[in-house]
Design a protein around this ligand. Sequence first.
Ligand code: 0X9
Ligand code: ZN
Length: 553
Amino acid sequence: MRLALYLLTVLSAAVAIQSTDKQHSYRNFKLIRINPENDATLAYLKSLYEEESPYTLDFWQPPSHVGGVVDMTVAPSDASSLIRDLSARGIHYIVAIHDLQKAIESERSLASWAHPPKGFGYERYNSLDEIYNELKRLKRERPSLITLIDIGQTHENRTMLVVKIGGGQSLDEDAPSIWLDAGIHAREWIAPATAMFILRELVEGYETDPKLQAMLDHVPFYILPVMNPDGYEHSRTMDRMWRKNRRPAECHNKEWHTVCCRGVDLNRNFDWYWAASGSSSDSCHDTYHGPAAFSEPESAAVRDFLEAYPPKAFISLHSYSQMWLIPFGHRRRSYPNDYSSALRPLAIKATKALEAVHGTKYQVGTGADLMYEASGGSHDWAKGALKVPFSYLIELRPRNTLFGNGFLLPEREIVPVGNETWAAIRVVADEVFSQFAQPFLRGKADKKPEPISLSKMGLRGTSTEQTTATSRSEPTVVETEASKTTVTTTQTETTTKAISTTTEEITVAPSTLATVTCEDYGSYCRLWKVFNLCDRRAVQKLCTLTCNPQCRV
Ligand code: 0X9
Ligand code: ZN
């Protein structure tokens, strides 16, 4: 009996669950910055990163190549032995931050510590609630410009909210659009703040800038300001340096004991060479790729939405290092066919516009060439699998040079970062408009198709799901496959089976139903799109060709 009790005690002690139920203090943690000068230094740093390390380290910038800056934090208990080790190996380093907790405290402006502000502020780092309330406020103020779309729920049941700006209130799978997400990595706070800043630029610019208005009318933006809401809140309340989502703990054996850790790196969870490079199968690692591609509700929700409404440009905001990254990042010297002809020239044009605002310099290239190889990234998947013409990952300020606090960018930089990033994204938006919307608009002006009425063709109301829709003339409620919940543009409406419809006559070119080739079949299905059905499983049987992205015209 005694032996049994003893064994039980030993066994329970051997299960180490990464404790996250109390606030993590970074008092006296150091940020060590190293510029690896030779292969031996690089190999040593890689061994610390990839293999079992005797120190408690968190790599903010992992080692990749000689000359590529490495940032890592070290716990106070390990700092002196690590520094001794570095010195013994002749490795030059600087202590960029002496007390990480102090740096965390000075990230927010002095004013916000003295008088904690109430409500949302565009020059502040806001909570998820504050961000969502601001989205709802904007929607209330401009109901015809803004649509809120609930694309899914997280592990901790938070809503993933996409805001659509422009393009009318119904979702159109064929209209050219621009996708912008931020906050896939929880601790990169400047990213959601920048997404919100850009949202405001779009909303206010719509009223004051006729060119922007024309663009948004035909090329809406879909913005997901916080792609990892659980992680974001965790980084605000419990652990400022949290990166992953909050997938419940998974346990595995490690030597003589069991360890259990939470979270998946969402930017390793997309189905693009998933688990092939720069990611870990260890659930305790910061780059854990998860048990399968798209195993996470957050990445699956984004996939479902983007597959239903594929954009012409995909932009994902991260921090830090001031890099404009182009696919592909899973392997060095691996590029899409239009890398040199389209993706890179536009990236260079965009970063020039960015630099013109405050003189901030960005590097342009693939993540694998400029940083490190890493597969399963969202921008690689968007280009490689979804075939989005322009796909980018932007690593915002600061640059990882001698100075700078990495993820802890002071609040006073939010507005300048917002202004310069908006200038760059505007370049991408202008390009999408001139390539994908203007020719179509010109064509429309030249040739007016003879109107055909859907009701005359017997297509209206042929779906049982369609008949459950609300019968308002302007669609405002949309259900997505991913969430099975409601997207409301006003807070009062709810329906679980609603599909937006319009009672207006639909105009289509008469030729669209003539022959059933791949494209024409697509056109047939696009008739259904006006009921927002084409992406729905029920209709996929009819529309298999259209729902296959290869068949889109
Ligand atoms: O590691 C990432 O997911 C991104 N960096 S971050 O510091 N924001 O976490 C960069 C991904 C870009 N792709 C490659 N480096 N391959
Ligand atoms: Zn990131």
